[in-house]
Ligand binder design. Structure first.
Ligand code: ZN
Length: 230
């Protein structure tokens, strides 16, 4: 009891603030206030026809569906939260985003009977620098809600993005097919997987990862991201 009063007292002095609107959080709220949570700009892409995420992988017939949590707006809530995860080392927000996303999709994901989640991998140098792969952290959150397996060892990123950014657009496209490689074919063969990335913008990288998975014998691929500007 004393501990609780002490905690309440401390939170009066140093309240935890909403990462989106800076209002002091109250009990039961975590990282964002209830008002901001209710106002998340949900994409509902999986209910749109055509689905913008499936469209980015046109030509890859294994890509069957796509789920995006929020619309990506400049300075919007998705950008703020993902910035914390990617550049401030705040992996707890990543897990929470995954859990919220998992709850949002729980019915759909259960119906799909997926074999597992594949987080789009980072190059090992980048992963080491950041300390974690944000897509993997988000996948963990989804796993907490759905119990889905994370197939973490199947796919690797063979090249670091920083070596790519200086090149021209055309050259980059020519290079992009060698970005990912399947290293454990057996674990994904004939499987139905959810390929997850934190943000999908042009869709070039996730499409390439999907291409490599399709070539390696995956049966069905579903895209998922926390935010997309599509
Ligand atoms: Zn708020």
């Amino acid at each position: 009891m004393i501990k609780k009063y002490w905690k309440d007292f401390l939170s009066l002095l140093y309240p935890e603030l909403c990462y989106n609107c800076d209002v002091a959080l109250v009990e039961g709220e975590d990282k964002v206030c209830l008002r901001c949570y209710r106002d998340f700009p949900l994409s509902n892409y999986h209910q749109s026809e055509p689905n913008p995420l499936v469209q980015i992988a046109a030509g890859n017939e294994k890509v069957k569906g796509g789920y995006c949590y929020m619309k990506f707006n400049k300075h919007g809530v998705a950008q703020k939260l993902l910035h914390e995860v990617k550049y401030k080392g705040n992996s707890a927000i990543g897990v929470l985003l995954g859990e919220w996303f998992g709850k949002y999709l729980e019915k759909e994901l259960t119906t799909l009977e997926l074999d597992g989640i594949i987080p789009v991998p980072l190059h090992k140098t980048k992963r080491r620098k950041r300390g974690y792969n944000q897509s993997e952290i988000i996948a963990k959150g989804i796993q907490n809600v759905t119990g889905l397996k994370i197939l973490n060892e199947a796919l690797i990123r063979t090249k670091n993005a920083s070596t790519q950014t200086k090149k021209g657009k055309v050259e980059r496209w020519q290079n992009v097919d060698s970005l990912y490689k399947v290293v454990d074919k057996e674990s994904i063969e004939r499987k139905k997987v959810l390929l997850i990335d934190d943000v999908i913008t042009t869709g070039a990288t996730i499409s390439m990862a999907a291409e490599v998975l399709a070539e390696s014998g995956v049966n069905e691929i579903y895209f998922a991201c926390i935010a997309s500007g599509k």
